[in-house]
Design a protein around this ligand. Sequence first.
Ligand code: URA
Length: 202
Amino acid sequence: GREDSEPSADLPPLEQLRQEAAGCTRCPLHCHATQTVFGEGPGDAEIMFVGEQPGDTEDLAGRPFIGPAGQVFDEAVAAARIDRSQVYVTNAVKHFKYERRGKRRIHMRPDAGEVAHCRWWVAKEIEIIWPRIVVALGATAYLSLTGESRPIAEVRGMPIPMQDNRILLVTTHPSAILRMPDPDLKARSLAAFRSDLADVKR
Ligand code: URA
């Protein structure tokens, strides 16, 4: 037997990275979150989606985009005829940041410092998977991937060439759509989101 050896040494690089990330203490967000929510999907995916950070549901389950925002995401992905099991889905920040109000945990936007710390993991995920297309879901993902703060409306929907032939596509964050109070605006944003995802497939 090899009971002394590092068990992770035999794992594929993405699984090794996942194990390392499980113990991440690079920023204080790990103190109050249940667990690291790492990316999910094949190590050779052509398309990688980057969200903001896990929500309440994701924090408890340890998987990205499975709560209300995940439902909007799944529906748009399915409508675009993308097979979610074939794409890699991750977040710019891998621990849930929240504020406690009674029994509820209210989502708080990660700040630029937290995004910068967690960018280390996102960069590793990209390095290993090397997707053809990276889709930034919202401004936090855009910040993580480019280091720039820009209003999503300015960059949404047009493919941005990155180094080494990768393409960055920016779209709305599904949670932002869910939060829109105006039903007309909400419907239009959802249609634009779906159309952006249909473009990803093309
Ligand atoms: N919102 C995100 O950005 N990511 C998730 O995983 C869930 C909700």
